[in-house]
Design a protein around this ligand. Sequence first.
Ligand code: MSP
Length: 511
Amino acid sequence: MDPKAFYVTTPIYYVNDAPHVGTAYTTILADIVARYHRAMGEQVWFLTGTDEHGQKAADAAEKRGLTPRAHCDELSQRFRDTWARLGLAPDVFIRTTEARHAAVVQAVLADLWARGEIYKATYEGWYHVSDEIFVTEKEIEEKKIDPSKLKRISEENYFFRMGRQRDAIKAAVTSGRLDIRPESRRNEVLGFLEKDLGDLCISRPKARLSWGIELPFDRDYVTYVWFDALLNYVTGAGYRQDDAQFARTWPADLHLMGKDILTTHSIYWPAMLLAAGIPLPKRIVAHGWWLVAGGKMSKSVGNVVNPLAYADTFGVDALRWFFAREMAVGQDTEFSDERFRARYDGDLGNEWGNLLSRTVNMIGRFAGGKLPRPALALGGPSEPRTVAEALPKVVPGLVDDVAFHRIGEAAMELLRAGNRHVDVTQPWKAAKDPGKGPVVADALYTLAETVRIASALLAPILPTKGPEALRQLGADPSLDLRRALAWGVGAPGTAVVPGAVLFPRIEAPKA
Ligand code: MSP
């Protein structure tokens, strides 16, 4: 049987919002995860997609004079196009409006209904007429909702016995079988699990909302959008469609998302899976917000960052670098033009691009364009070599921790050591002294290995520039990452291939 693939997911995005920095971030993060695991020889299954049912999509379609399906087709395509423009290639782009997904949702609902996990009861509450949603007393108070907009509704609905699963979820979270990260979020979930969970209303009468998946046991109702949406993760893994595919994909290894949707993923979703007898995902990681001037980006404030503008100006790799290096997953982080430029000019231009061009240049001038054979071990291993040799032990753990800011920092530390090594050894001076051939050879080999290892390490984050740097060094970009991190893999005699400046200075106006 094929080995289990590493299965990583992003949330599936609501079609109504155009792709923005939040959704671009999570999707790029998942792509980086996928590339690291692939670079270490694993099979990967990377899922993203769109969440298309519900009142908002239906309303927006109506406003545009379109059918909900035509509206969703168009907007879902916008996500696909944006991800393609950003060079993201998920293995599956799922849409909740696909027939195969409706079949999965209905099969799960029918099964839960047959086993008494779903029941019908009267739901009574305040209904916000223009928004078409039920609101709680607390929300009415907090959001100061105008009472004239509210109507007391008593309605028959279907409920999922979520409360029954509380102890099982708690046991899974406590034991780490369901690993929720970061720690603060895990504690939040455990706190939530202290209270009675209650049951979950999972239906909407069609008379009120028809844009959804019909309940298999009552055609007058559609299912609640989250119940439908969460199941995408199993549909996209072949559940009830392809048993072999499902076996090699499920359970998901990593569900990535923003902290606002942690509860649905760490309570509703495990409860649904436990009730349906499907194994739980292994890990949930909730990241923080990208902030602008200390506040969350919002359309009404007009401070939403358009990631595509940055990708257009600086290149997709630069955007990926900023995302990966600047945010410690789990913490809120500022997105500013200034920080972006500092990362671009400082890390990429001055440390990496600069060391690459100096190295390739000097190998051209002082070693006939070929990687020299290191001749000496002057006073023990060089600083860059010492830094590089620590990497193989830490990198797999950092990948597992989704700690790409630390991988980025480790690569920069290596490159900084390399740049210092240039200043210390000054190969252009030594080259003038015929007796110092071995010193020059040693210095140049050390520099080439330094950039090669840093470039291989960074390639999953910068999938264009990493391989480009490796090609300039005559190195193989497809080498397994663990192998590529080893000092000494660069073979003496390899011809370097001088190429374009990796990160040209960009004087463009604010993106
Ligand atoms: N459709 C649901 C998810 C269903 S998953 C079964 C949904 N969609 S969404 O389009 O609203 O998702 C937005 C994603 O972007 C969330 O993960 C959210 O946390 C993230 N972000 C939105 N704004 C953000 C920032 N400013 N910064 C970082 N991420 C943020 O929720």
